[in-house]
Design a protein around this ligand. Structure first.
Ligand code: SAT
Ligand code: MN
Length: 592
């Protein structure tokens, strides 16, 4: 027997895991069960198998060491919110912003779909840990999947293998996740969460957010449910450390909807003007936060990799991402060049004379369609990031001084303002709106309410979620300050008013200086805003104080419309909407 045949053949898990795996295998009927240990030898073996099966293409390892390429089915390139369900006994527990289904009926339907679906295939058993080992917030999950692509992505995005098995010990307390690829038929695609059983079943998709069950499914939908039960917050937020020239570090968490620049912001490199300032990345997508014994809010990044949007990523917009994806990275749905490297719109290299597009079709610069899908992604280990904060690996995490809420809004929302207090800050998060992006299937560019950037990810009733945010304050003697930002405001002639990217450091510096009690502000109906003298515009020859004023302007007509849009959400949530949100709305109306 060859050595490779032995990989994964040894069942090493506690009896609770083993019993559940046996039960699921009896349903899905795989020809083989592969127990992942997370070792490097196992990784090499799995890549070899994935290439043999045609699931992955090995890229040129001289130019891109350890990198591979994958195309998903063209009907399966983004999260599908209409196929995503929260299955609770009571519909009210899922709330009006989620698709709901009664758990028994849904489980029966899914298990019927799963029956025999792994026949002739391998079922991989993936133990994984969300969060640094030893963290009081860390959670163990097991994902069973017949997709080798999922295994190799989970290996990057989570702490996979032995470490998770050890962390679980003999406990029955782990998330049970089942993923069946099927024939990726969109009519049999369901991503279902059973929070009362800490269980996830995902069928019929092979795309990231639908199938890397540790990410949106466990870390956000189930996580938010657990957070409410256990007194912590699971949020769609990046976490960064901002180091000043004196070495002082201020930690900030920021919520932006999918594909609105969280990864770029988390890896920001300050412009030359900010000598001595440095940004450290703790996380780029998800924050788990709990009040610490010192009355501050402490955050960990439960993930260990980046599942970032490829198009637009280049040495100017995000040099740290470029370093992060230089090796050991999986590229999904980008374009494949004849020299065994990859390309996308907004790449540093000019468009290749010829390549294969994300659907495998010949592409040239004359082609009308894009070479890379707008939601094409890279999966890269966070340890590749030159700006990785050492605290990203520490069990206690980092204390958060500021929370930033940001949407993608062409109008109405100013560049930056600060909430008057925590309750007002929760109101800012709760009323966030943003234009839709390619990260979810459906129309792009329409403004929708996306409270705390959690609309697709909150695993329970959104009204109760706002209540939970308000209640957390009781355990926070020193709550973070709360800010709203909008990098995407446009002028009447459709030009972005703010240059964004590295220049966002200027906004961040004002925020950090406010946290440290050394920056001024002016009171407006919306909140505290920087006066021109509080805002560093040096070294921006093409930007003036007048531009800043325009980016910060408050248009009463636009705000009337905004309040009506907010009302739509509040009406939907009315039953469980905390009164404080209504009072905040009234206060805003009277200030305006
Ligand atoms: O859902 S994914 O994790 O694939 C990406 C996103 O929408 O944030
Ligand atoms: Mn995200």
């Amino acid at each position: 027997m060859s050595l490779t045949a032995e990989f994964g053949s040894q069942a090493i898990a506690n009896t609770h895991v083993q019993q559940w795996v046996e039960k699921m295998a009896a349903i899905t009927q795989p020809s083989r069960i592969f127990w992942c240990d997370g070792s490097e030898a196992e990784r090499d073996h799995l890549y070899t198998v994935a290439v043999e099966q045609g699931v992955l293409v090995r890229l040129d390892h001289e130019k891109l060491p350890g990198c591979y390429y994958h195309r998903s089915n063209s009907n399966d390139v983004a999260r599908v919110e209409q196929c995503t369900f929260i299955c609770t006994e009571q519909e009210e527990d899922a709330g009006p912003t989620n698709n709901w289904s009664e758990p028994k009926a849904m489980r029966a339907k899914l298990l019927a779909i799963a029956t025999g679906s792994m026949a002739g295939r391998t079922m991989y058993v993936i133990p994984y840990l969300m969060g640094p080992p030893g963290s009081t917030l860390a959670k163990v999950g097991y994902e069973l999947t017949d997709s080798i692509y999922v295994v190799l992505n989970m290996r990057i995005m989570t702490r996979m293998g032995e470490v998770a098995r050890r962390e679980l010990g003999d406990s029955p307390d782990f998330n049970r996740g089942l993923h069946c690829l099927l024939d990726v038929d969109a009519s049999r695609r369901f991503i279902c969460h059973f929070p009362q059983d800490n269980e996830i079943i995902s069928v019929g998709s092979g795309y990231g957010g639908n199938v890397l069950l540790g990410k949106k499914c466990l870390a956000l939908r189930i996580g938010s449910w657990l957070g409410r039960k256990e007194g912590w917050l699971a949020e769609h937020m990046l976490i960064m450390g901002v180091e000043s020239p004196t070495g002082e570090r201020t930690y900030v968490a920021a919520a932006f909807p999918s594909a609105c620049g969280k990864t770029n912001f988390a890896m920001l490199i300050p412009p030359a003007h900010f000598a001595g300032w440095k940004i450290w990345t703790v996380g780029d997508d998800i924050a788990w936060m709990r009040p610490g014994p010192d009355g501050r809010l402490w955050a960990i990044n439960p993930e260990s990799g980046y599942f970032g949007v490829a198009p637009g990523t280049n040495g100017k917009t995000n040099p740290n991402a470029i370093s992060s994806i230089s090796r050991d990275t999986i590229f999904t749905n980008v374009a494949l060049k004849p020299d065994g490297t990859v390309w996308w719109e907004g790449h540093d290299d000019p468009p290749p004379a010829e390549c294969l597009d994300w659907q495998g079709r010949p592409w040239t610069p004359a082609s009308k369609e894009k070479a890379a899908h707008p939601n094409s992604r890279f999966t890269a280990p966070m340890t590749n990031n030159p700006a990785l904060a050492p605290e990203a690996l520490s069990a206690e995490g980092v204390p958060i001084s500021a929370i930033i809420f940001g949407g993608r809004r062409a109008t109405t929302l100013p560049l930056v303002y600060q909430a008057f207090n925590w309750v007002h800050g929760v109101y800012l998060g709760a009323t966030m709106g943003s234009e839709t992006t390619a990260a979810a299937a459906g129309a792009v560019g329409q403004v929708r309410r996306d409270p705390m950037a959690m609309l697709p990810f909150c695993g329970y009733n959104m009204g109760r979620y706002f209540r939970h945010w308000l209640d957390i304050r009781r355990n926070l003697e020193n709550p973070p300050q709360v800010y709203q930002v909008n990098w995407f405001r446009k002028s009447a002639d459709g030009r972005f008013l703010w240059p964004g990217f590295g220049e966002n450091m200027r906004v961040l510096k004002w925020i950090v200086d406010r946290c440290q009690g050394r920056a001024g502000a002016r009171e407006t109906p919306l909140g505290w805003v920087p006066r021109t003298c509080d805002f560093d515009l040096d070294g921006m020859p093409n930007f003036s104080a007048a531009d800043l004023e325009q980016a910060q302007s408050i248009n009463i007509e636009e705000w009337r419309r905004e309040l009506l849009l907010q009302d739509e959400l509040f009406m939907r949530l009315y039953r469980h909407l905390p009164k404080e949100m209504i009072f905040q709305r009234e206060l805003l109306v009277s200030r305006l």
